[in-house]
Design a protein around this ligand. Sequence first.
Ligand code: 2PG
Ligand code: MG
Length: 423
Amino acid sequence: MKINKVIGYQVLDSRGRPTVAAAISLTDGSVHTARVPSGASTGKHEAKELRDTGSKFAESFYGGLSVAQAVANINEKIAPKLVEEQIDLNLVDAQLIELDPSADHSSLGANATLAVSLAASLATAHSQNKSLARYFSPDGPLQIPMPMVNILSGGAHANRTMDIQDILVVPVGAKTFTQALSWIVAIREMAAKLGKEDGKVTNLIADEGGLAISFTSIEKACEFVVTAIEKVGLSVGSQVSLALDIAATQFYDGNNYNLSTMGKSYNRSEYLQFIKSLVSNQPIISIEDPFAEDDWQSWQEFSSQMPAKLQLLGDDLLTTNLDRLNRAIAEKSANAILIKPNQNGLVSATLNVLKQARANNFNTVVSARSGESEDSWLADLATGWSAGQIKVGSTHGSERNAKWNRLLEFEATENTKFLNPFN
Ligand code: 2PG
Ligand code: MG
């Protein structure tokens, strides 16, 4: 089957900011569309999304954030190259690399390349009469990932109500995804209720649908979520554990880690002690970005001293980038990687990063961004790639629930297995 048309256009993400969409039409008349997500706490080593800021293309009503140049790159540079070619994800990605050989896709824009690469994945799956998940995983049960779900938000997603970005829960004792999600919804509801009883503001919803509640310490925030878990009748540790996304790059100034809402500033070694005591005092099974994106030394020191079973997850550190992952493998800086397609810019290259991580015994967590769309391809990728874990934000907002609902759909309609990397 061949490509008939490729069209790029601008749409809005869940924060109301412009983002890139691409539609690929095939010779059988079908149309395959994908929209690209966008981060707020972005790492400096991510592939470069092209925004019109400061250029003559900038649409002033979007505060310079419009994506006209990325869209033009799809329509004027990418489309002519792809039309009348066979539809095949790997061929499309190879053409995109030929058009823009830069490692960070800065010439076409990673938002342009990813939109086309995603639409090409959906179109390729269709040409083989398969869902996207089944395209990557044609045989046997579909491997549903363990969810890691946001309950409390801070940092760049919630006007810095807390210094750290997320306190999440992982339903490690659930037997099915359906059961896991029902536990999480109950915990989130309980947290909202407890917050209200404490006189805290709980009607502020953060970018990823979590509760934006202020706490004077990270421990207090963890204890609050632990209470919510217990109050719904679940046991902490055996059924539900905590995960943190510290997003420490956001409060590191090159010398000190400044936890300003707690009124604390730590130098590197004090901060390392602080993180060590946090993970030993709280029921935390996964900690993401506890150190800044280029503070490799702290990552390595912590990793050699931390509890053996802790998942040490690199997001801003690794940015779904093969070279940075290889360095982390060599230096034993982490034992898990967050996989975000838009940090990388191509679907096939994102999969290669995931495979390299898995070959080196890293856990893999496929992740949404804080700016999302109603698309559910992320759930297909996490499942088709047998990633083991997925992070989508909270259970609030249709851009989040589109992904959870897709996983519920798999469990209801397909032969599936619910993965538990923490067993
Ligand atoms: C993260 C993501 C998603 P953002 O840090 O893991 O929570 O946030 O998309 O803003 O980078
Ligand atoms: Mg993160």
